[in-house]
Design a protein around this ligand. Structure first.
Ligand code: PXL
Length: 283
């Protein structure tokens, strides 16, 4: 059976983030994406100047009502970039309506130590309520620090710092926590914690000297697809990290402007291959 994922994210026309990467990634992994757009933007907000944006806050709940009238079921509810504080409540309403769905929250708020300009203080505060109701959250290090009430620029400097962040985030509510893009001086890795098994995991990756928007969206989408397919957490993290390393290195070699995002289109075949992965470590 093909699983259905209600995917609550923005649709940005240019720059390869949110729905424009989530839909192809999950589709190639055999998941049906049912988009619930939170906003429409001409481009993402990271490098194209003033964007045209339409907030779709008045759309989310009516769409949910329609799905309820239809008796529509979803296997997964997956949220990301939200355009308003009200949309936190709308996502929570989706969660309440589908209690047995697998709930993934990518708490899109910030990167590189700085909040996105569309994400105000109240939304940043309420994102914690949404994270609390999730099964899995996928913050980057900046978002992880913000969810824990730390300075957004905080960067953990040892494995024990990272493990402490992971377990404190899990105690907010989610059973599984993955922190992406941890850089501790010499190491780069994605770190995960499964509170059911009590195990911590690390997947190292090779960094290039460029930062592409949409990286976190691709990571969370591959992780979601892999977990829905039954992968254990370290293999799901491994699949997401390996796909990003492959597609980022392909993009870097092409030399395209970073604001255009990761040129992942010709790399998508990687996700439909049944290759074995073994690059994870115990954290
Ligand atoms: O990739 C996160 C993201 C999602 N959606 C929009 C963004 C960004 C990051 O800049 O601007 C609209």
């Amino acid at each position: 059976m093909i699983k259905k994922a209600a995917s609550i994210h923005d649709l940005s026309g240019v720059g390869r983030c949110s729905l424009t990467v989530i839909i192809p990634v999950l589709s190639v992994m055999g998941v049906e994406v049912c988009p619930v757009p939170t906003a429409i933007l001409s481009t993402h907000t990271g490098g194209f100047g003033e964007v045209e944006m339409r907030d779709l806050t008045d759309y989310t709940l009516p769409a949910l009502s329609h799905y309820k009238r239809l008796g529509m079921e979803f296997d997964c509810i997956y949220s990301g970039f939200l355009a308003s504080v009200e949309q936190v409540d709308h996502c929570l309403e989706f969660f309440r309506t589908y209690p047995s769905a697998f709930k993934v929250v990518d708490p899109v708020m910030a990167d590189n130590g700085k909040p996105y300009r569309t994400c105000g203080e109240e939304l940043r505060r309420r994102m914690k309520d949404l994270a609390a109701a999730a099964d899995v959250i996928t913050p980057n290090t900046t978002e992880a620090a913000m969810l824990l009430g730390l300075d957004p620029g905080y960067m953990p400097s040892s494995h024990s710092d990272v493990k402490s962040m992971l377990s404190r985030l899990s105690s907010i509510g989610p059973k599984t926590v993955v922190i992406t893009s941890v850089y501790t001086g010499t190491e780069c890795y994605n770190a995960g914690y499964d509170s059911v098994t009590g195990k911590y995991w690390l997947v190292p990756f090779n960094r290039v000297s460029a930062n592409y928007p949409g990286t976190g969206d691709i990571f969370a989408a591959v992780l979601t697809g892999a977990l829905l397919d039954g992968d254990p957490l370290p293999l799901a993290m491994n699949r997401a990290s390996a796909f990003l390393e492959y597609s980022i290195k392909t993009t870097y070699a092409m030399g395209t402007p970073t604001r255009e995002g990761i040129c992942f289109e010709k790399c998508l075949g990687f996700l439909s291959e049944d290759r074995s992965l073994y690059d994870y470590e115990v954290l």
